[in-house]
Design a protein around this ligand. Sequence first.
Ligand SMILES: Nc1ncnc2c1ncn2[C@@H]1O[C@H](COP(=O)(O)OP(=O)(O)OP(=O)(O)O)[C@@H](O)[C@H]1O
Length: 175
Amino acid sequence: MRTNPNIIITGTPGVGKTSHAEAVAEATGLKHIQINKFAEENGCYDGRDEELGSWIVDEDKLLDALEKEVPEGGYILDWHACDLFPKSWIDLVVVIRCDSDILYDRLAARKYNKKKLEENMDAEIMQVLLEEARGAYDEQQIVEIQSNKLEDLDENVGRMEAWVRLWKKDKQFGH
Ligand SMILES: Nc1ncnc2c1ncn2[C@@H]1O[C@H](COP(=O)(O)OP(=O)(O)OP(=O)(O)O)[C@@H](O)[C@H]1O
């Protein structure tokens, strides 16, 4: 039985996952795992997609490495995919969304190549991550939030902090 929850923060690249995860970790004491970094540090990569200019994560190796700690609770998993994490590990899935014109500017500022930019824009417009979350987790575990402006970030972090507080209180009283 976990005494701290595990939260996935997911969404298309650039929507604001890491900005949210860092702030929620700071506010709640949960540990933030940026999966890209974790995969790199733990040798969970399996080659590189040169066309997209990104590394390919070996999901089996990644889950093996995470399994040593994450099931105990207290983690925020920050990644642009979510359905690989076992349902039994996860208490809340936060899908961050962003308006496409705003996302376009954020991704263009990163100097993504045309293919990568278009793929990510399509993914956001087609709400790929929201559908992926719905396919893997229960509807009541999933929250969809907007991250267009800084006020959204503050409000979202406040909501997530309140959710963590309630979750822990519920556990304390044995619900
Ligand atoms: N609500 C927001 N208001 C204004 N700017 C934001 C907001 N959320 C994120 N940003 C900005 O958008 C950029 C991308 O944010 P961030 O790195 O958190 O996204 P990400 O989803 O973690 O991206 P990636 O998947 O590539 O790691 C950053 O420059 C960040 O400051």
